[in-house]
Structures are given as structure tokens and as C-alpha cells.
Design a protein around this ligand. Structure first.
Ligand code: HAM
Length: 423
């Protein structure tokens, strides 16, 4: 074996893996195009200031994780640890937001000197998405709907959306004062990192993963108490759109994000199936960044997908081979109807995996097979269901009660309905 090896935390991607990367990127790009986003290609290296002035001097990324070097001219340059800062730099430099809003995306490697582990690398890949020039709440809601559509298109399941608002700048300032007062009264419980953050960046203490700080953080005053009517109204409007669209979320008041440029809406999509590195997509609003980087005040919001993590999740879910739905007929007479229902579901919701029981086994045996298939739901058609043009939906994994629903309702919105039913 050659003694020359790839740098720790930086991986080769070789065939046939590259095929999976290309397929993922193509699907993501097609969904982005359907929302009007266009690609921007950016340098991988930027002046260090691009990041220190945007991500924040006191963040882990800027303090500990950047690959910074001096080039032959003596200039301080950095391999990009993320894409938002460089994207805004480019947008300003190329005059892209003078008259119009921009919906942009970029794709490529990012670099952070973190401790490598499964799902965490020193060179990793993101698709980043930035919507520049629009104040919320419509675009905030649309961006989240876009991410939810991505999971549906990719056939990904078991992703949980966490949502929070950090408030406008003045509200955060007020909150900061309250937090400093609270944590200052408990300095003996603060770990070294948090002591350091207390005066420089107290919000980041809320993001501490130290178990000894958990109770103290849980009792910290909530930011929501500092929000004015306008911020509360915007946040409620985003939730209303998500509710109408059937996107399920939880509000996590402790979600603060690891980069300083955020204000108002922040969100993360998390899976439990990837262990500790379960956040596959994260982002939020950054209304002051454009001005901070030398432009006119311009609202903006965006997010980035971690491609290694998405591919990892696709792998896990594909290898498990679970199906979502297992259709059974109570009696032989309903078998044709069961086959027809499964066909209709595949037509209505192609990303759901639907198995229809084939054969003349008893209902009991069919239900056993349904259970063994890993399906989340059994759909049962018996004589009564046939007459009522309905289906009985039985949860197989302990979620909720068995219930009957109209066939039409199932087909109009199979995917959403089944998600809701699992709540
Ligand atoms: P971020 O939360 O730092 O946000 O990263 C976004 C995603 O990139 C994470 O959720 C994760 O999936 C992936 N990621 C981050 N670090 C690593 C790593 N070391 N190894 C593997 N994957 C990783 C941003 O970067 C913001 N620029 C997102 C954004 C865009 N906000 C507004 N616009």
C-alpha cells in the first residue's frame, strides 16, 4: 500500500459511490429548480475576514475549526468552512441584489477542523441554499416546505423538524442581558467554555453539550418572553403555513445554531438513525449579515444540506428495506380490491413503499407477514370496508389507534396522512 494517504477526515469518493452522489445532487437540484433557485459557483478559498466578520469571532468554527493559512503574498486565506458568507460576498461583489431578489444555491466541499467521526468529517459536502432580499414570513415557510418536499422526493423518512425564533436584533440584545444576569448568578456551575462565552457570546451557552450544565440551561429564562408582537406574529404565520401543509415540527426554544449571523427563524432537520451526527439540514434567517458585510440592509434566509449525512441516511433506510404500507384482504373476495388499492397508492404517492399481500393466507397469517415486513402500517380491506369505500388503517409499530378512513382521503394525501397518523 502506498504510504501517501488522504488527510484524516478527508475522504476519496470513488465509483460506484460517485453514482450515488450524482443521483442525489441531481434530485436536489431538480427540486431547487422547481422553486426557482439557480446555481452560483463560488471559490473554495476566501479572505479569512469573510468568515470572521460573518460567522462570528467567538464561534467554535472561527476560533477552533478553520483551515487558515498565509499565502505567498502574506494574505490570510481560509478554506471555506461554510457557504453563506462567501455567497453573500459574491452577491455583493457582483451587484446581484441591487434591483431584484435572488434565489441561489451552491454545491461543494466545506472544511472544518473538527474531530472526525461517523458523519463528521474535515472535508464534507453541502448543498447550500440562499434566498436573498425577502423578509419573512412567506419565504421562511416556503423554504421549509421545500426541504420537506426534498425528503419526500428522496423517499427519506423519520426526519424531525425543530424550529425556533431568535427574535430581531433588539430583542436578542435584551435577551442577552437577561441571560448574562442569569448565568452570572451561577458562575460556579459554568464550565470553562461557558465562562468564556458569558461575556462574549452568552447565547452559545444554551448550545452546550456538557451534561453537567443541562439543568442550569433548562432553567435559563426563555427567549420567547423577550419577543415583541411583530416577531411573535411572524413566527406564528410560519407555523400556520406548516400546519396547513401538514408539515410536522416541534418548537425547540433552545435551538440557537452554531453560527452568529442568525436572527428570527432557525430550523434543523434531525434523524435519530445516524447517531450523534443526526442533523442533515440546518439553516435560518440572517437579516443583518448583508449589511454587516458591506451591503445595504437586506433580509435573507437559507439552509444547507449535509450530503454525507443524507447519503448515510439513504443507505440505512434502503438497506433496511422497510416498507411503509402492507395491504391485506380480510377474505379472498377482497383480494382484487386490495391489489387495486395498492396500485392506486403507488400512483398517488410513488415514494411510499407499498407491499400488497399475495396469496390466500388467513388474515392472521397476513398480519404476521405485515409485521415481519417492517411496515409501519397495515391497510385492511374487508367486506365492510368494500361497501363503505373505506380502508382500515392499523399501526404496526405502536403508533396510535386502528381507525377507518375513506379510500378517497387515503389516496388524496397518502403520504401526509400517514405521517400525521404516526404522531
Ligand atoms: P451548519 O449547521 O454549520 O450550517 O451546517 C449545515 C449542515 O452541514 C449540517 O446540518 C450538517 O448536515 C452538515 N455538516 C456540518 N459540519 C459537518 C461536518 N464536519 N461533517 C459532515 N457534515 C457536516 C451552515 O453551514 C450554514 N451555512 C447553513 C445556512 C445557509 N444558513 C443559512 N444559509
Amino acid at each position: 500500500m502506498s504510504e501517501l494517504r488522504a488527510v484524516r477526515g478527508m475522504n476519496d469518493i470513488v465509483p460506484p459511490e460517485t453514482d450515488r452522489w450524482q443521483a442525489l445532487e441531481a434530485t436536489v437540484k431538480s427540486v431547487l429548480a422547481s422553486y426557482g433557485y439557480r446555481e452560483i459557483r463560488l471559490p473554495i478559498v476566501e479572505s479569512t475576514q469573510v468568515f470572521s466578520r460573518s460567522i462570528g469571532d467567538t464561534t467554535d468554527i472561527v476560533q477552533k475549526e478553520m483551515y487558515t493559512f498565509t499565502d505567498r503574498n502574506g494574505d490570510s486565506l481560509t478554506l471555506r468552512p461554510e457557504g453563506t458568507a462567501g455567497c453573500i460576498r459574491a452577491v455583493l461583489e457582483n451587484g446581484l441584489i441591487q434591483q431584484t431578489v435572488q434565489r441561489l444555491y451552491y454545491c461543494g466541499p466545506m472544511f472544518r477542523h473538527e474531530r472526525p467521526q461517523k458523519g463528521r468529517y474535515r472535508q464534507f459536502h453541502q448543498v447550500g441554499v440562499e434566498a436573498i432580499g425577502m423578509a419573512g414570513p412567506d419565504i421562511d415557510a416556503e423554504i421549509i416546505l421545500l426541504t420537506a418536499r426534498l425528503w419526500r422526493t428522496l423517499g427519506l423518512k423519520n426526519l424531525r423538524l425543530e424550529l425556533n425564533t431568535l427574535g430581531a436584533a433588539a430583542e436578542r440584545e435584551h435577551y442577552r442581558t437577561e441571560l448574562v444576569a442569569y448565568f452570572s448568578a451561577h458562575t460556579s456551575t459554568l464550565d470553562a467554555d461557558s465562562q468564556h462565552r458569558l461575556t462574549r457570546n452568552p447565547l452559545r451557552i444554551l448550545d452546550s453539550k456538557n451534561p453537567d450544565m443541562k439543568a442550569l440551561i433548562a432553567d435559563a429564562p426563555p427567549l420567547h418572553a423577550c419577543l415583541g408582537e411583530a416577531s411573535k406574529g411572524e413566527f406564528a404565520a410560519i407555523q400556520a403555513v406548516l400546519d396547513t401543509a401538514g408539515v410536522i415540527y416541534t418548537i425547540n426554544p433552545r435551538l440557537v445554531r452554531g453560527l452568529d449571523y442568525y436572527s428570527k427563524t432557525v430550523f434543523e432537520w434531525i434523524t435519530e438513525e445516524l447517531g450523534a451526527q443526526g442533523t442533515v439540514c440546518a439553516g435560518g434567517r440572517y437579516d443583518t449579515l448583508v449589511e454587516q458585510m458591506g451591503g445595504r440592509p437586506t433580509p435573507a434566509i437559507g439552509f444547507a444540506l449535509g450530503l454525507e449525512r443524507l447519503l448515510g441516511l439513504l443507505d440505512i433506510q434502503a438497506s433496511r428495506g422497510d416498507c411503509e404500507l402492507y395491504v391485506v384482504a380480510a377474505e379472498a373476495a377482497q383480494r382484487p380490491a386490495a391489489l387495486a388499492l395498492a396500485e392506486d397508492i403507488r400512483e398517488a404517492a410513488p415514494t411510499l413503499r407499498t407491499i400488497c399481500h399475495c396469496g390466500s393466507e388467513s388474515l392472521k397469517t397476513q398480519m404476521k407477514r405485515a409485521d415481519r415486513s417492517g411496515a409501519h402500517w397495515a391497510l385492511i380491506i374487508g367486506p365492510d370496508e368494500l361497501v363503505a369505500d373505506a380502508v382500515t388503517l392499523k399501526p404496526l409499530r405502536g403508533q396510535g389507534e386502528q381507525r377507518r378512513i375513506a379510500r378517497r382521503e387515503l389516496l388524496t394525501d397518502a403520504q401526509r396522512l400517514l405521517h400525521r397518523a404516526s404522531e
